[in-house]
Design a protein around this ligand. Structure first.
Ligand code: 3HC
Ligand code: NAI
Length: 695
């Protein structure tokens, strides 16, 4: 079949797009649709046109790979203008996810019919854009500007029932969609239904014309969520224009806003992440056709912070899970925390109480390891101690059935050593969830040197079932995320000793775009975890360890790098902490000096990038984009800065190399010396992304 087929069904012309996987509006598709519309217009026997798609979805938007390349006509706007000019009835036959430009094309038709479970939406904001082909001007005319702005700001596909109730879908079609759409067109012709062009409708705009403040109120949470990005404001302006300007003027301005954003770094960063996320799930050396093992039952060992969250992930995905704890009390406490978390979500309206009951019924508690005997996958989440983990994996080898996947949630430890203890290293790998495990999207999948291909494929498949974004990484201390975090932490402590204060450093990093500074984050997670680990391995971090020795573990003790009043989570700078830091500087013979925000940011971020370069060189991460996905989904790196490796390219590797060399000379820390890969790329005038990325 050609990429766009035109066929006749009596007096109805049918345009069918077939451009797998998601029928994106590539140039060839646009040409094909335009040809179809021209034919329909010119052939006298044709009275109506249906636009439909083959495959899994109606057009899911513009072809993102064409963004940033010279535009080729016809543009999507040309297609929609042709629909506007059409004197014959037009029907969009939608299924799957008609998104972005695809939905905008459908809004250019007189009518829209849909298969069950069709979820239209305008996700442009997730790519740092506003809808750019009439979405902000037509949708408000159809469903009112408030609802339209809400949908545009969320970017999420709409529930089918809402799309139907709001009149986006004129009729649901059960059975053959194209046949149903053709029948609909025939009926509409017979009934002489007026050709309803959204551009001509404006009664839904009236309330917002009277009270334009209505729209501004919606934007505040979106701006907070978007942390400094420009797309939400552009969406607001475009929808506001739809209310206050004539249609064509608002459409023209929408396009200008779209093009401005498209050319900017923020959207480029978000497009990079779109492809990086999809790329990260691909493992080139996984033999083609490798089948994941079937996971019908899971088990989690340890019901602490992570084990509880991981068990929730399985239960929420409908997979029965057995949770094993070391004592009845610990088990009771762990199961209690799980239920409390679910009930809190239900209280906020995110789940029904029946959902909670159903999920809790899938979670079975036990205090004997033997209870995992029938599990197809076991995730160990006990204390971060190698001997304990090895002991458990040794037992799992005897208890679990052959073919069970044995995973560890370790944050730092050597998966190969854990695999060896299990005596079947091919079945072992790391599944590193992030806290809170039921919320955070990242899953670092740590591949041991003997992990079997189908075990890796199983972890990838389970990740998708749990709604996680998987990134496959290799074995090293701390894997990708925590290894880079450590580089940042060492330099952060050095700056505290040289003269900066926690609140100054946190403010600099929040201004950079992180939702929280690293010291406020440390207080939230608990400073004692790292302290205990360092004590066990004979290491020391001067300032954090001094705080812990004073019992300042963070929020849980009401004091850490900051103090917290009356159980509140707001960090308050504490003169006691300043005095302690100043005393440490003095003891170490350091004369304190003010450190400005630029230096703070560079010394926090560049060492991470340097470590990222080493991680790439060592093959721990396969692609720069993998590292970016880890940081965006696991550590809240600002999406509009595209991840550390993307950001490095925007700064320029030569500058980063030179700054790192200065930092290294200043601190005599060999780790800060620019990594060979960074030096090589910088000297060739290249960036990390030149190592391979789709965007
Ligand atoms: N352009 C180019 N490629 C696209 C694409 C698009 N709009 N949407 C998806 N793809 C590609 C993906 O990169 C992936 O390629 P790969 O197999 O080589 O990795 C493949 O299609 C399948 O995508 P997913 O793995 O994401 O498939 P899912 O079934 O999980 O999801 C989807 C399907 C919901 C359509 C999801 O792909 C998606 O959200 N796509 C983006 C939709 C979007 O943002 N559209 C708006 C574009 S901007 C626009 O239209 C501007 C307009 O206003 C002018
Ligand atoms: P935690 O201390 O909250 O929970 C550990 C649980 O394991 C405790 O409830 C303990 O009773 C239980 N346990 C200990 N020995 C056991 C045994 N033999 N059998 C059954 N249960 C046993 O620790 P947390 O934070 O949940 O960490 C668990 C693992 O996850 C560690 O390896 C940690 O490094 C890793 N991790 C922790 C993250 C975090 O932010 N807390 C993030 C990612 C990974």
């Amino acid at each position: 079949m050609p990429i766009v087929e035109f066929r006749r069904d009596g007096e109805i012309g049918v345009i069918v797009v077939d451009n797998p996987p998601v029928n994106a509006l590539s140039h060839a598709v646009r040409v094909g649709i335009m040809d179809g519309l021209t034919r329909a217009r010119e052939e006298a026997a044709i009275q109506a046109v249906v636009i439909a798609c083959a495959g899994r979805t109606f057009i899911a938007g513009a072809d993102i790979t064409e963004f940033g390349k010279p535009p080729k006509s016809p543009s999507l706007l040309d297609l929609i203008a042709a629909l506007d000019d059409m004197k014959k009835l037009t029907v969009a036959a939608m299924h799957g996810t008609p998104l972005g430009g695809g939905f905008e094309l459908a809004l250019g038709c007189h009518f829209r019919v849909a298969a069950p479970n069709t979820r239209p939406g305008l996700p442009e904001i997730k790519l740092g854009l506003n809808p750019g082909a009439g979405g902000t001007v037509r949708l408000p005319r159809l469903i009112g500007p408030e609802k339209a702005l809400r949908a545009i700001l969320s970017g999420d596909p709409m529930p089918t029932k809402d799309a139907l109730a709001d009149g986006i879908i004129d009729e649901m079609i059960d059975g053959d969609l194209i046949a149903g759409a053709v029948a609909f067109a025939r009926r509409a012709l017979a009934e002489k239904r007026p050709l309803r062009r959204l551009r001509d409708m404006d009664e839904k705009l009236a309330p917002a014309r009277v009270n334009p403040a209505l729209l501004s109120e919606l934007i505040t949470p979106a701006i907070r969520r978007a942390r400094g990005t420009r797309a939400p404001m552009a969406c607001l302006e475009a929808v506001r224009n739809a209310v206050t300007m004539p249609f064509d003027q608002a459409l023209k301005r929408e396009r200008e806003l779209f093009v401005e954003l498209l050319m900017g770094e923020e959207s480029k960063a978000q497009r990079h992440l779109f492809f990086a996320e999809r790329e990260a799930a691909k493992v080139p050396d996984l033999p083609e056709g490798t089948k994941p093992r079937e996971i019908k039952r899971a088990a989690v060992i340890g019901a602490g912070t992570m084990g509880g969250g991981i068990s929730m992930c399985f239960a929420s995905a409908g997979i029965p899970v057995t949770v094993v704890e070391s004592s009845p009390d610990a088990l009771k406490a762990g199961l209690g925390r799980i239920e409390k978390n679910y009930r809190a979500t239900a209280a906020r309206g995110g789940l029904t109480n029946e959902d909670v009951d159903r999920r809790m019924a899938l979670i079975k508690g036990a205090t004997e390891l033997e209870a995992v005997a029938d599990a197809d996958m076991v995730v160990e989440a006990v204390f971060e101690e190698m001997p304990l983990k090895q002991e458990i994996f040794g037992k799992l080898d005897k208890i679990t059935k052959r073919g069970a996947v044995l995973a560890s949630n370790t944050s730092y430890l050597d998966i190969n050593a854990i695999g060896a203890a299990a005596h079947r290293p091919a079945d072992v790998l790391g599944t590193h969830f992030f806290s809170p495990a039921n919320v955070m999207k990242l899953l670092e999948i740590v591949r041991g040197k003997e992990t079997a291909p189908d075990v890796l494929a199983t972890a990838l498949s389970v990740a998708r079932k749990l709604g996680k974004v998987p990134v496959v990484v290799g074995v090293c201390d701390g894997f990708v995320g925590n290894r880079m975090l450590r580089a940042r932490s060492i330099e952060a402590e050095r700056m505290l000793i040289e003269g900066a204060l926690p609140q100054e450093m946190d403010a600099a990093i929040v201004e950079f775009g992180f939702p929280m500074g690293q010291f406020a984050m440390g207080d939230l997670a608990g400073l004692d975890i790292g302290w205990r680990r360092r004590k066990a391995s004979g290491q020391r971090a001067e300032i954090i360890d001094a705080l812990c020795e004073l019992g300042r573990f963070g929020q849980k003790t009401g004091k850490g790098f900051y103090r917290y009043e009356g159980g509140a989570r707001t960090p308050i700078p504490d003169p006691e902490v300043e005095a302690l830091i100043v005393a440490i500087s003095k003891r170490l013979g350091v004369t304190r000096r003010p450190i400005d925000r630029k230096e703070i940011v560079e010394r926090m971020i560049f060492p991470m990038i340097n470590e990222g370069a080493r991680i790439l060189e060592e093959g721990i991460a396969r692609r720069p984009g993998d590292i970016d996905v880890v940081w965006v989904y696991g550590y809240a790196w600002p999406v509009w800065r595209g991840g550390p490796m993307f950001y490095a390219d925007t700064v320029g590797l030569a500058y980063i190399r030179d700054q790192l060399a200065k930092f290294a000379a200043h601190s005599k820390d060999k780790n800060l010396e620019p990594a060979p890969l960074l030096v090589k790329l910088a000297s060739e005038g290249r960036g990390f992304l030149s190592l391979g990325a789709k965007s």
